[in-house]
Design a protein around this ligand. Structure first.
Ligand code: SAH
Length: 376
């Protein structure tokens, strides 16, 4: 509930306190967590007046989320997955990811922050085989909630420098202390599998490669060579380590510490070509005000990528900006192909895997979209 929709707020409410929302006639609407400094003044825990928000409530919601993963995420698929996906699992502001026996939590808003101890206790009891529960509440959204950033062990032992996970038979070293998000782009698991399916015999450009998860996937699937591009030297170094971890020869990977926008132009000018390009940029649009600039950014890199593809080449292009609708993203990619003078078709659409569900009343939960395009 946005602050503008609230007529009257009782005095003396504290951050994260449970409040009831009522309409002008006093009828119950919902129960949620109060956040005094956020524009989103109340985040809803429950639409059921009889449902109390207490220890039992959190245990039940957490168990419901864990149960879904037991059914939806096969253990032979991965040892790392999202256990709790915030709003979409009925727990706004709470993200919990699992990396083998290490569980990583993010408390993103005032509600889960208030119930932090209760949530950690419930996770300790309900998630089996855990050595560490670690906190990565070092996210910018907490500022809007008036909350300071916080990182560290919540329960159990210090995590190792790198936690090893297995995804689709590939091993990855995950830095849960300082890696992006909670350490790994778990939301791209299905996309990496799809990329593997197109990779055989191809020369691949992996733009915005981070720790090389797409690189390992395509090389293991028979790609001839992969060129990783990222501005972060430490990400590229961890990428090299991940290839070695899987016995994938280093001479099949070229690592370039560079800005993708600049490098794609250089490749265009030097007539360098690829059979497959993965474009997995960071979020370009964090707010509506940034949408125009974001759209230009997506247009730019997709246009250049289309130019670099050999005939029959594949472009796997992604946007993780929630504000960018799938329709607009597709239009931008279509315009990019047109301006690049390439004829292309969409052969597959990609998105979040089952452990990143979208609750039907919360369509904003679907942020990741990907298109697999084949050029003529
Ligand atoms: N594809 C990765 C995730 C990419 S995250 C995976 O599956 O794991 C986005 C990455 O883009 C980050 O590693 C960041 O360092 C990098 N990055 C951001 N802006 C960039 C730019 N302009 N040029 C190159 N890399 C950039």
């Amino acid at each position: 509930m946005f602050s503008g929709a609230i007529e009257r707020e009782p005095r003396g409410l504290t951050s994260g306190e449970t409040v009831d929302l009522r309409d002008a006639d006093g009828a119950f609407l919902a129960r949620g967590a109060y956040s005094p400094s956020s524009q989103i003044r109340v985040r809803v825990w429950s639409f059921d007046e009889r449902e109390a928000v207490d220890e039992e409530f959190f245990a039940a919601r957490i168990e419901r989320a864990l149960e879904a993963r037991r059914v939806l995420v096969r253990p032979d698929e991965t040892t790392a997955c999202r256990l709790i996906n915030a709003e979409s699992d009925g727990l706004p502001g709470l993200v919990v990811d699992r990396y083998g026996d290490v569980v990583v939590c993010q408390f993103l808003s005032a509600g889960p922050e208030r119930w932090r101890g209760v949530i950690v206790d419930a996770l300790s009891r309900l998630v089996g085989g855990v050595s560490t529960i670690y906190e990565r509440s070092d996210v910018e959204v907490r500022v809007k909630e008036g909350l300071a950033s916080r990182v560290g062990v919540l329960a159990g032992v210090e995590p190792p420098e790198f936690v090893e996970i297995v995804e689709h038979g590939l091993r990855f070293a995950v830095d849960v202390r300082a890696g992006h998000k909670t350490g790994f782009y778990l939301d791209q698991r299905a996309s990496r599998r799809a990329a593997a399916g197109y990779a055989e015999g191809r020369e691949v450009l992996n733009a915005f490669s981070y720790t090389g998860a797409f690189a390992a996937a395509v090389l293991a699937a028979g790609a001839v060579k992969v060129t990783n591009v990222d501005t972060s030297a430490s990400a590229l170094a961890l990428g090299a380590r991940n290839l070695a971890l899987n016995g994938l020869a280093a001479d099949r990977a070229e690592n370039m510490e560079a800005d993708v926008f600049t490098l794609l132009r250089r490749f265009r000018d030097s007539r360098r070509a690829f059979d497959m390009i993965v474009l997995d940029p960071p979020k370009f649009a964090g707010s509506r005000a940034q949408m125009d600039k974001a759209a230009r950014g997506y247009k730019d890199i997709n246009l250049l990528a289309f130019k670099l593809l050999r005939p029959g080449g594949m472009l796997l292009t992604f946007s993780c900006s929630g504000l960018m609708t799938p329709e607009l993203f597709q239009k931008i990619v279509a315009d990019a192909a047109l301006d690049a003078g390439r004829e292309a078709q969409i052969v597959e659409r990609l998105g979040q895997p089952a452990d990143h569900p979208t609750s039907l009343p919360f369509p904003e939960g679907a942020y990741l979209k990907g298109l697999v395009c084949r050029v003529r």
